[in-house]
Design a protein around this ligand. Structure first.
Ligand code: FAD
Length: 320
């Protein structure tokens, strides 16, 4: 019996959201009195033994060039073998893009109960009950998993990374790596920007900014804060900003520590993607804008007057 954490990698490095999953998995293992282990697929440059500091006793690796790019079907088959080989009874994913693609498939393959979007440690006192977000973050549900193997996909930024002394043993695991049915022919990478899904701070603009020529108000603040930029859906639809910046129900769901919403009304479909942010700052000229109800800090004012002042103040603070 063990808890197995899927350690998602990007260009050889384990993603921050997977380190959250590792810390979470270590705590679940402690609750159950079993060991927490990790599994890494593909080639990595990360110092794997050092992942012991997140509470993982052992890291299983399946090195194979095919696994350097996510293919949900191939990864699912490998992980199913890994679960059997390691005897894991709880499998933890981050509920990020990879977790969303693999966890449901693994659940179906192993006939294992899955809770996706978990936000807290399971209650193991009486059964195995996991708290999760439902209705786009508007409510919680406590879901009992009754199957022998249990799968949890933890929402990014809902469990803090914790470290301790420790080194993990690293062991190669032999598994059949299938041939992907889809071939990646080319990859276009956006370089030099903070990736939105991993960003601690996000500065986001809506239709209130009137046009793409005014986006300096968003990007200048983002640059100063080391933040990623985002936008509402209509802004992407009318091509003021690229689609990968669109957040919300039909876009990316994010959970940064700080989210600036500038000239965004706060429609429910937008909030669905950002309401897990730790702190929300809203700048809107309409005091009745719905976003103010979700805001931790609100500024009622014209973005074209307020933003230059904020940018100046941050510049002063940073000595820039
Ligand atoms: P608007 O609604 O036009 O709001 C602009 C805001 O800017 C207003 O509140 C206004 O007061 C303020 N403003 C204007 N001028 C200024 C100024 N000078 N200074 C400060 N404030 C100013 N939307 C998403 O964002 N993400 C989604 O994923 C998404 N999915 C959807 C899915 C479905 C099925 C549907 C039906 C809709 C979806 N939408 C989504 C659209 C959503 O309902 C809203 O229409 C959209 O979020 C509004 O974008 P906005 O706030 O930028 O624009």
């Amino acid at each position: 019996m063990s808890v197995l954490v899927f350690l998602d990698q990007s260009e050889g490095h384990i993603k921050k959201s997977s380190l959250e999953a590792a810390s979470y998995g270590a705590k679940v293992a402690a609750q159950l009195g079993v060991a927490a282990e990790g599994i890494v697929l593909g080639n990595v440059t990360e110092d794997l033994p050092s992942l012991g500091k997140y509470g993982l006793k052992k890291i299983h690796t399946v090195k194979n060039d095919t696994l350097d790019h996510l293919d949900a079907q191939v990864f699912t088959a490998v992980l199913a073998e890994a679960v059997a080989a390691t005897g894991a009874t709880v499998v933890i994913f981050s509920n990020n893009i990879s977790g969303k693609a693999i966890a449901p498939r693994l659940s179906a393959k192993l006939k294992a109960g899955l809770v996706s979007g978990a936000v807290a440690l399971p209650d193991t006192g009486n059964g195995f009950v996991v708290k999760k977000n439902v209705f786009s973050g508007k409510a919680f549900a406590n879901v009992a998993i009754n199957t022998a193997v249990k799968i949890i996909a933890l929402n990014p930024n809902s469990y803090s990374i914790s470290t301790q002394d420790g080194t993990a043993e690293v062991a190669a695991l032999s598994a059949t790596v299938g041939t992907p049915k889809v071939t990646v022919s080319s990859v276009d990478k956006i370089v030099g920007e903070v990736p939105l899904s991993e960003a601690e701070i996000v500065v986001s603009g809506g239709r209130g900014l009137k046009g793409p020529e005014n986006w300096g108000l968003v990007t200048d603040l983002a640059k100063l804060l080391g933040a990623a930029t985002a936008c509402s859906r209509p802004v992407a639809d009318i091509h003021w900003r690229p689609h990968h910046e669109h957040v919300g129900q039909t876009g990316l769901a994010i959970a940064p520590n700080l989210y600036f919403a500038i000239g965004i009304s706060g429609a429910i479909q937008h909030l669905a993607g950002v309401n897990r942010s730790k702190v929300i700052v809203v700048i809107n000229k309409d005091p009745e804008a719905p976003f103010f109800k979700a805001a931790d800090y609100g500024i009622v004012g014209d973005a074209f007057e307020v933003m230059p002042k904020i940018i100046e103040a941050v510049k002063k603070l940073k000595g820039a």
